[in-house]
Design a protein around this ligand. Structure first.
Ligand code: HEC
Length: 171
């Protein structure tokens, strides 16, 4: 190959690369992914009315906030098995294999568990005697603070009143 031809080839390659780079730079960045759909708020009429501590002191306010946040989380992630009212009546499959999800409105049963035991059950999930995970762990979904908010909600659920209006059952 003559030196001139080689130089021309090299120049051609350079031009091609520059053109490709130009096209790449000119291509607009991919649009940001659409925001994740936010779960529809659950109508109050379907939710048990959890007693909220009265009082305007910071402690009561913090507890009220925790219970409200716990409710939001519970009614998004947990109701599918434990039910809107927390009675553990929403998962016929688990029930059919002998693992009725816990009834969180059973005060006597809930009082057998410490806050820490409830926290760990939510964080790590629950295994049965064969080692099967019958309740999923939530560690990768919820922060410890969020789990504590759910614990606060669960602590108040047994004393909740039924929903204000029993409208059509949720789908
Ligand atoms: C896939 C169904 C399912 C989902 C979803 C689910 N649970 Fe459970 N949960 C179970 C079952 C089943 C049990 C009963 C386990 C057993 O004792 O046999 C249980 C038990 C529990 C217990 C009692 C644990 C113990 O000490 O025995 C707590 C507390 C609990 N769940 C909280 C939650 C919270 C909070 C959420 C949502 C973040 C949630 N669960 C979501 C199925 C589920």
């Amino acid at each position: 190959m003559s030196p001139t031809l080689a130089r021309l080839l090299l120049l051609g390659c350079g031009l091609l690369l520059a053109a490709l780079l130009g096209v790449w730079l000119a291509t607009p960045a991919a649009p940001p992914p659409p925001p994740r759909p936010v779960a529809e708020p659950v109508p109050q009429a379907l939710l048990p009315q959890v007693p909220l501590p009265a009082g305007s002191d910071p402690q009561s306010e913090a507890l009220r906030r925790a219970i409200r946040n716990g409710e939001r989380i519970y009614q998004r992630l947990c109701y599918n098995c434990h039910g809107r009212q927390g009675k553990g009546d929403r998962n016929p499959y688990l029930e059919s294999i002998g693992h009725r999800p816990a009834d969180h409105t059973d005060l006597a049963d809930m009082q057998k568990r410490s806050d820490w035991e409830i926290f760990v059950a939510i964080r790590d999930g629950v295994k049965d005697e064969r080692g099967w995970l019958v309740m999923p762990p939530w560690e990768s979904v919820l922060t410890p603070a969020q789990i504590w908010d759910v614990v606060a909600y669960l602590r108040h659920l047994p004393r909740a009143l039924p929903p204000p209006a029993q409208v059509a059952a949720p789908p």
